[in-house]
Design a protein around this ligand. Structure first.
Ligand code: RNT
Ligand code: ZN
Length: 411
């Protein structure tokens, strides 16, 4: 069936062998926090707070670094192609308790070793939530100097952790800053908190570090901070545009309901040479559901592929569903991202671009719909086969076996 599909695609000028080679090399950064409901391994780990929430109590959450590694290793074995691991600062592994303003690269040694062993790149995030120094929902924009100082120190140290990852693993490390800062009700002064955040960012990014891709993640609202978000889209876009080396991260759940990040990628490509993403799925709100192979996911992938931006758009995932098996969440969510990239590579993009330039919108309309009939599933199945994975539902049975033998024994 693959050789037939290969011939079908050849008629459109698409070399499926080349596509398979390319797609396997595109890394997707998988968020570690799907494995344990965003709790982490601090000695006094606290419930998730800061305007984000996991819902559900499916059994089998990873409770220790070893469990998280075991689960991630197993999930990865069912996902084809290049992968990276995205860590949060709260996933440090230390003997003694360490507060956020004390972290050092060595606190992540087990992850560096793990990444080396499994050929993964590592990305990083300061953890500016679920902590008592988040005072009245504010961190870097707080009116209290000591609160701001605490988080500035945490973020500065986080960047050094990312730099150590880059140095040790020989690949860049995205260090993404998201803060929950906002107000439940209408503020009297929107400017002052934003100016404070701007000044803190200047302090955080003042140190020049090699290998770190610094990014700032905007948002529209969070639970309990519905009326105002300090780090809004315009705030960070303005900041990133005027600070070389700082990039705007697009999270697909952080915009108004009909506003999509697929539309924003080309806009940012006019100015930036890197666009980190958090691909997630919001259902009515920023709910961080596991990514489905839906229209927006396909559109995001098309924008990356058609704009020749595979090395500029750094694809990361950001979902955390505690109501289903967490390994299934990782496998299906990551496979969907990779499927969407493969599908985008299997469209006759050159001819559709030419239609647009030649103002042949009728052909473009008909042809782009015709693309949906092409046998991309056969190419996907071939990719799996070449990675030693079968194309049916056997992977699911394997996860259910792991659930029975490992996950259910954790409770
Ligand atoms: C929150 C942001 C942020 C977090 C992770 C855990 O709305 O999307 O990226 O989801 O850092
Ligand atoms: Zn995010």
């Amino acid at each position: 069936m693959y050789s037939e599909a290969r011939e079908v695609y050849a008629k459109y000028g698409i070399d499926t062998e080349k596509v398979l080679e390319t797609v396997a090399k595109v890394p997707v950064s998988i968020n570690c926090w799907q494995g344990d409901d965003v709790i982490g391994f601090e000695k006094n780990a606290r419930a998730l707070s800061g305007g984000i929430q996991t819902t559900g109590d499916y059994p089998g959450r990873a409770r220790t670094p070893q469990e998280l590694m075991d689960d991630f290793t197993f999930a990865s074995s069912l996902i084809p192609g290049a992968k990276r691991l995205n860590l949060h600062a709260s996933y440090l592994v230390t003997d003694k308790p360490k507060d956020r303003n004390e972290i050092e690269p060595e606190d992540y040694r087990v992850w560096i070793d793990y990444a080396k062993e499994h050929g993964l790149g590592l990305d990083f995030n300061p953890t500016c939530f679920s902590h008592p120094m988040v005072v009245n929902n504010l961190t870097l924009s707080s009116p209290h100097r000591e609160v701001r100082d605490f988080w500035v120190e945490h973020c500065r140290r986080s960047r050094r952790v990312a730099a150590a990852f880059a140095r040790e693993l020989g690949t860049y490390s995205v260090c993404n800053l998201w803060i929950p800062d906002g107000f439940k009700d209408t503020p009297a002064d929107r400017l002052t908190p934003r100016l404070r955040l701007r000044d803190c960012l200047d302090e955080i990014f003042s140190e020049k570090l090699d290998g770190v891709v610094d990014s700032v993640e905007s948002k529209v609202f969070g639970i309990g901070v519905e009326s105002f978000t300090v780090g809004s889209n315009e705030f960070y876009l303005g900041y990133a545009s005027s600070h070389k080396g700082v990039y705007q991260l697009l999270d697909s759940g952080h915009y108004h309901p009909t506003e999509v990040i697929s539309e924003k990628i080309s806009a940012l490509l006019c100015t930036f040479d890197r666009i980190p993403l958090h691909v997630t799925r919001s259902v009515r709100w920023d709910s961080d559901h596991v990514v489905r192979l839906d229209d927006e996911l396909k559109e995001i992938a098309k924008e990356i592929v058609r704009n020749d931006a595979l090395d500029k758009v750094l694809v990361g995932l950001d979902f955390f569903d505690a109501s289903i098996n967490r390994i299934v969440a990782w496998v299906v969510g990551t496979r969907n991202m990779k499927k969407a990239l493969l599908m985008a590579m299997l469209e006759d993009n050159a001819s559709m671009k030419a239609d647009q330039e030649n103002e042949n919108y009728t052909r473009l309309f008909a042809y782009s719909e015709q693309m949906k009939n092409l046998p991309w599933q056969e190419v996907w199945n071939e990719w799996l086969r070449r990675e030693g994975l079968e194309s049916g539902t056997g992977w699911f049975d394997e996860v259910m076996k792991y659930e029975k033998e490992v996950l259910l024994k954790r409770n």
